[in-house]
Write a protein that binds this ligand. Structure first.
Ligand code: BG6
Length: 470
């Protein structure tokens, strides 16, 4: 659709940026924090552990002042469960509560709306040792943790995200890492874990609506529309298979309270459907999100399965690189899109397409909670970082987002990844996403000084003009 007139970004649009606790904070064993599963991960060769990260735990005031200078209207960050409840449940660590209370106050003081992710990959290790999400008790632990968060921060924070990228955790369990000595769970185990997370999320959304009046809560999923590689009808079926299994099955459950029918038949056929207990379906139906939070990086192009080992990509998959599955789908190539140096497809038009599909399916407002480009940014001798590629990436995605708004999609805000450099889940500090450069290398921490990248000034101007001149 080509329009004669574009709609403006709405007033009050949440121009923001994101981080997550383990990727930015450091201070992993300070002030009563216990280890999370991430702290126990084996890191790829040449990637530092995450114990210092960007040292935001100690420098959050300086960082939030920079966010304010950039003009951010919102800051999406995650709370480390292990700072709040070091035993996963039970005693509340007041120092952890005080830290996040201060982060929230600092944001508000600077006119920035805090957006909380309750859980971003960093399950308390003590819960993992008891089976993690395979253990139904973890559902109660998450509800207990949520109650502490709502009690302490419910009056000050409007926007809440339950679980970050549940679909990444279930579909690419090794992509984020695995605790030392832990084998990859089977698909049966993973879909059981998924079911427990769905129940936990439903209970928490219900509790939220009872405890926090005027607040809004939703899941944060990694969503992407799929293209079929050719007009072959079999390719269309394969693309639909994978769109359902990767995206809609994870968003249908919180919104509609039921698994997607195609996904359910797939899981039953393969003997990997979760065991349901009496009351589970009612629990899922008993809660509804107020919005959908969406992380968007790439689209994928899909072809029909050949039904043999050639379906499975030879290279390791990650949250954006599809793996393939015999009898379901095979990753294809798309000659019409670009790729980052890490093999992630760059597809701004696909962003508009995905936003349209998500809105059409759920009729809920969308909050974009991640979007961005990773690159090995270079700090020049004069303290400048010329990240023209990031400006181009975000500009093109914003242009498409404005078209999606004109298409009628209701979008609450845009929080790209990342507000400041954070540890990349795969490449550490060799791959950066922030508007603010953190001067450290993989193993040499230097002084962790902050530098404004070119994209910092550019984004500040976009916000100032409410995206009018992209
Ligand atoms: C998202 C995650 O999937 O991708 C973030 O929610 C992550 O935590 C981001 O950092 C980028 O991935 P990577 O591997 O490039 O850091």
């Amino acid at each position: 659709m080509i329009y004669q007139k574009l709609k403006p970004f709405p007033s009050g649009f949440l121009w923001g940026a994101s981080t997550s606790a383990y990727q930015v904070e450091g201070g992993v064993d300070e002030d009563g924090k216990s280890p999370s599963i991430i702290d126990m991960y084996e890191h790829p060769e040449g990637v530092a552990d995450f114990s210092v990260a960007s040292d935001h735990y100690h420098r959050y005031k300086e960082d939030i002042a920079l966010f304010a200078e950039m003009g951010l209207k919102a800051y999406r960050f995650s709370v480390a469960w292990t700072r709040i409840l070091p035993n996963g449940v039970g005693d509340v660590n007041e120092k952890g509560v005080a830290y996040y209370r201060d982060v929230i106050r600092e944001c508000k003081k600077n006119g920035i709306e805090p957006i909380i992710t309750m859980y971003h990959f960093d399950l308390p290790y003590c819960l993992e040792k008891k089976g993690g999400w395979s253990n139904r008790e973890t559902i109660h632990a998450f509800v207990e943790y949520a109650e502490v968060l709502f009690q302490n921060f419910g009056e000050e924070v409007i926007y809440w995200l339950t679980i970050n990228e549940q679909n990444t955790m279930i579909l690419h369990p090794g992509a984020i890492g695995l605790p030392k000595g832990r084998k990859l769970p089977t698909k049966k185990e993973l879909y059981q874990q998924n079911h427990h997370m769905m129940l936990a999320q439903a209970k928490v959304m219900k509790l939220f609506h009872q405890m926090v009046s005027g607040g809004k809560i939703g899941p944060a999923l990694n969503l992407t529309a799929m293209y079929q590689e050719s007009s072959r009808p079999e390719d269309a079926i394969a693309a639909h298979n994978w769109e359902v299994l990767r995206c809609w099955n994870f968003a249908d459950v919180p919104v509609f309270g039921s698994y997607h029918p195609l996904a359910w038949e797939y899981m039953k056929d393969r003997g990997i459907a979760p065991e349901l207990q009496p009351g589970d379906i009612e629990c899922l139906k008993d809660a509804k999100p107020d919005f959908i939070a969406m992380n968007y990086y790439s689209t994928a192009t899909i072809a029909a399965s050949r039904g043999d080992a050639s379906d499975v990509a030879a290279r390791a998959g990650d949250q954006q690189i599809m793996l393939g599955e015999p009898g379901v789908y095979r990753p294809g190539e798309n000659p019409y899109v670009g790729k980052t140096q890490y093999g992630w497809v760059v597809d701004p038009v696909g962003f508009r397409y995905t936003l349209r599909k998500v809105y059409e399916r759920y009729h809920l407002p969308i909050l974009v909670t991640e979007n961005g480009i990773g690159a090995p940014d270079i700090l020049e001798a004069d303290g400048k970082i010329h990240d023209a590629y990031r400006i181009q990436f975000i500009r093109e995605h914003l242009q498409q987002m404005r078209l999606a708004i004109t298409d009628g999609v209701q979008i609450l805000g845009y929080c790209p990844w990342a507000a400041i450099d954070v540890v990349s889940t795969h490449q550490g500090y060799r791959k950066r996403y922030g508007f603010i450069y953190v001067d450290r290398e993989e193993f040499d921490l230097k002084e962790l000084k902050r530098f404004r990248k070119d994209s910092f000034y550019w984004y500040a101007n976009v916000i100032l003009e409410n995206g009018q001149n992209l």
